[in-house]
Design a binder for this molecule. Structure first.
Ligand SMILES: Cc1cc2nc3c(=O)[nH]c(=O)nc-3n(C[C@H](O)[C@H](O)[C@H](O)COP(=O)(O)OP(=O)(O)OC[C@H]3O[C@@H](n4cnc5c(N)ncnc54)[C@H](O)[C@@H]3O)c2cc1C
Length: 546
C-alpha cells in the first residue's frame, strides 16, 4: 500500500483498497475510456468524505495534486466516473433512505442509494420520481444528480433537477454545506460568513452580477442541456439565490454530494400509449410540432428508426416478430399520455389519432399494461443493439445524446445521415426522446483500428458542429465527462466558457475535484485515454437500456 493509502486507512472509518483487481475494475465506467485510480475509498459516513477532501486539499497546499473522483455505479458514458487519484465509491455503505414523508412525498437519501430501489420504496407509498434514467435499475441517485439525468417521462416532467429540494455537499476543502433556495435576506447572511462557504457565495454572486446580461443572452433554448454548468438558474430576478443548480449536473467537479432531499409525485400506472408508423421526416416533424404546441403534453414522445429495427432484426431475427410486421416503417413514434382525467385523456388521444389519420399514418393504441409492454418492447430494442458486437465492432457512446430544439429534429436526422455516409457508415440506428429533440446514436466502430478512430473523431467534430449550428447542445442527458470536454468552448463561445472556468476555480481552487472532467481536456488527451476493450458486460444482468 502507498503512504497515502496507509494514511487514509488509519484515519477513515470506511475501507481503503489498492489491489490490482479493484484498480482494474474502477478503471472503467460505461464510457470508451480507461483510467486506473491510485486508491479506492468506501466511505461509511460523510465524515469520511470530508477527511478525504481535507487530506487532498492539504496535499495541494503543498503543491501535490492528488485528485478525487466521486463514483456511484459507474454507468457514466462520458468518463465522468473515472479518475487517476482517489475514487470515492458510494453504493457500498451510503445507500440509505434517511427520511420519507409519505404525505408530502419528500424523501431524504444518501447519495449512493440505488435509484431503482428508491423508486420501489416510493411506489409502496403510491409515489414516484418521474425523472428517472433508463439505467434506473443499476445506477445511483448521487450519479443521477451529478449528471442531471432525464428519462422517458421527462418530456412532461423535466430532468431530475426539477425534483431536488436541497443537497448536502462536501466542498474541496472538506467543509460541508447545505444548498437550497435562499431569500435575499438569507443570502445576505451567507455573504457575511468568514468560511470557504461564505467565500463561494460572495464570489459566485459577484460573478453573476457582473455578467448578468451575458448570462441572459447566452441561454440555449432547449428543454434539456447538461453541458457546462447551469449558471442560468442560480440567481433569479426576485433576488432569490440557489447554489443547487450549479452542483446538479457538475459531475463531481464542484463538490461531492453526500445527501439529497427530493420531492416525488403520486404514482399511477394508468396511461395510454400510441404507436405511430411514420414514413417520412416531414410527417415526423409535423406530429412533434403539433404535440409540442398542444396544452396537454404527453409524458413521453419517443422514436426509433428503421436503421435500429433492421439492425435488431439482423442480430435476433425473431425478437420483434410478434410485435411488428415487416417491412418496417422509416420511424416509429411512441406517444404516451398519463393525464389523470379520463375524459381529458380520451380527448387528447382522439385528437392525435385524427392527426395521424389526416397524414395517412398507421396507429396502434394500448392502455392495458400487458399490451403496452408489447409496444414498449419495440422502443427498448435498442438494448439488443447496444449489447451486440458486429464482429469486432461495437456500438460506441461517442456522439450519444446531443439535443436540438425539437423543431430542428428532422434537419438533424437528415444531416447526420449524410455525415454517416461521408465516413462510409452505411446504417444509422437512431432512438430516443423525439419530443425534446434529444436522440441517441451509437455508431459501430472498433477503436483499436486507426481507420475507425479517424472516423470516430470525424463524426465527433462534424456532428457537434451540426448540433451547435442548429442551436442545440452536445449533451442533453449523459453530460460532458471527458468525452465532450474538448468541444465545450465551441458550444458556448469564449465568454461563457471562461465564466464557467471561473466557477470551477471558485469552488475548487486547487483543481482536485475530478480534474479533466468538463474542462481542460484536449482531443489529443482523450485519444490517449481510450480503452482497448470497451464493452458493457457489467450491465448485462439488467440490459443496457437507453
Ligand atoms: C445503458 C445506459 C443507459 C443510460 N440511460 C440514461 C438515461 O436514460 N438518462 C440519463 O440521463 N442518463 C442515462 N445513462 C447515463 C447514466 O447511467 C446516468 O447518468 C446515471 O444516473 C449515472 O449514475 P451512476 O450511479 O452510474 O453514476 P456514476 O457513473 O458513478 O457517476 C456519474 C457522474 O456523477 C458523479 N458522481 C457520482 N456520485 C456522486 C456524488 N455522490 N457526488 C458528486 N458526484 C457524484 C461521478 O463523478 C460522475 O461524474 C445511461 C447509461 C447507460 C450505460
Amino acid at each position: 500500500m502507498s503512504k497515502i493509502a496507509h494514511y487514509l486507512q488509519e484515519h477513515l472509518t470506511g475501507e481503503v483498497m489498492v489491489s490490482a483487481d479493484a484498480r482494474d475494475y474502477f478503471s472503467k465506467d460505461s464510457s470508451i475510456f480507461n483510467i486506473p485510480p491510485a486508491v479506492i475509498v468506501y466511505p461509511r459516513n460523510e465524515n469520511d468524505i470530508r477527511k478525504v477532501a481535507r487530506f487532498s486539499w492539504q496535499l495541494a497546499q503543498r503543491n501535490r495534486i492528488f485528485p478525487i473522483t466521486a463514483r456511484g455505479s459507474g454507468t457514466d458514458t462520458t468518463g465522468g466516473a473515472l479518475g487517476s487519484g482517489i475514487v470515492i465509491v458510494f453504493p457500498a455503505h451510503l445507500h440509505h433512505v434517511l427520511e420519507l414523508d409519505s404525505k408530502s412525498g419528500d424523501v431524504v437519501v444518501e447519495a449512493g442509494i440505488n435509484f431503482g430501489k428508491l423508486q420501489q420504496t416510493l411506489q409502496t407509498h403510491g409515489l414516484f420520481i418521474p425523472a428517472y434514467p433508463a439505467s434506473i435499475e443499476y445506477s445511483t441517485v448521487g450519479g443521477a444528480i451529478s449528471n442531471n439525468i432525464s428519462g422517458e417521462k421527462s418530456h412532461k416532467y423535466g430532468p431530475i433537477a426539477n425534483f431536488i429540494k436541497s443537497l448536502r455537499v462536501v466542498l474541496s476543502n472538506g467543509e460541508v454545506i447545505e444548498t437550497e433556495k435562499l431569500s435575499k435576506k438569507e443570502l445576505n447572511k451567507k455573504l457575511g460568513l468568514s468560511s470557504f462557504e461564505g467565500e463561494i457565495y460572495r464570489s459566485i454572486d459577484t460573478l453573476i452580477e457582473e455578467n448578468k446580461e451575458l448570462i441572459k443572452r447566452s441561454k440555449l433554448n432547449l428543454t434539456r442541456n447538461n453541458s457546462g454548468y447551469n449558471i442560468y438558474d442560480v440567481k433569479k430576478d426576485d433576488g432569490s439565490f440557489d447554489l443547487t443548480p450549479l452542483i446538479i449536473g457538475s459531475q463531481a467537479t464542484l463538490g461531492i454530494v453526500s445527501e439529497i432531499s427530493i420531492s416525488s409525485e403520486s404514482y399511477s400506472p394508468d396511461s395510454t400509449l400510441i404507436m405511430i408508423s411514420v414514413d417520412d421526416l416531414d410527417s415526423l416533424q409535423h406530429i412533434i410540432n403539433e404535440l409540442n404546441k398542444s396544452k396537454n403534453w404527453p409524458c413521453s414522445i419517443e422514436v426509433v428508426n428503421k436503421g435500429l429495427l433492421e439492425a435488431v432484426q439482423k442480430i435476433n431475427p425473431n425478437q420483434l416478430k410478434n410485435s411488428l410486421k415487416l417491412p418496417y416503417p422509416e420511424y416509429l413514434l411512441f406517444v404516451e399520455y398519463d393525464i389523470q382525467s379520463d375524459h381529458q385523456q380520451k380527448k387528447v388521444v382522439k385528437a392525435l389519432l385524427k392527426l395521424a389519420s389526416r397524414l395517412g399514418l398507421e396507429t396502434r393504441v394500448e392502455s392495458e399494461p400487458e399490451l403496452k409492454q408489447n409496444l414498449i418492447k419495440i422502443r427498448e430494442c435498442s438494448s439488443t443493439y447496444l449489447g451486440n458486437n458486429d464482429g469486432i465492432r461495437k456500438a460506441l457512446p461517442i456522439i450519444d445524446d446531443s439535443v436540438v430544439p425539437p423543431t430542428q429534429l428532422a434537419t438533424l436526422i437528415s444531416e447526420v445521415t449524410e455525415i454517416f455516409k461521408k465516413v462510409s457508415l452505411d446504417n444509422i440506428a437512431i432512438w430516443g426522446h423525439a419530443g425534446d429533440g434529444n436522440i441517441h446514436i451509437q455508431p459501430h466502430l472498433d477503436l483499436s483500428q486507426v481507420g475507425d478512430r479517424q472516423k470516430a473523431f470525424k463524426l465527433l467534430n462534424e456532428y457537434y458542429d451540426l448540433v451547435i449550428n442548429l442551436g442545440g447542445s452536445i449533451s442533453g442527458e449523459h453530460n460532458d465527462g471527458r468525452l465532450k470536454t474538448p468541444y465545450l468552448r465551441k458550444l458556448y463561445g469564449d465568454e461563457i466558457y471562461e465564466l464557467m472556468i471561473k466557477i470551477k476555480q471558485i469552488f475548487d481552487p486547487f483543481n482536485i475535484l475530478n480534474p479533466g472532467v468538463k474542462f481542460e481536456t484536449t482531443e489529443d488527451e482523450i485519444k490517449n485515454l481510450i480503452a482497448k476493450d470497451y464493452n458493457l458486460s457489467n450491465l448485462y444482468t439488467y440490459l443496457p437500456r437507453t
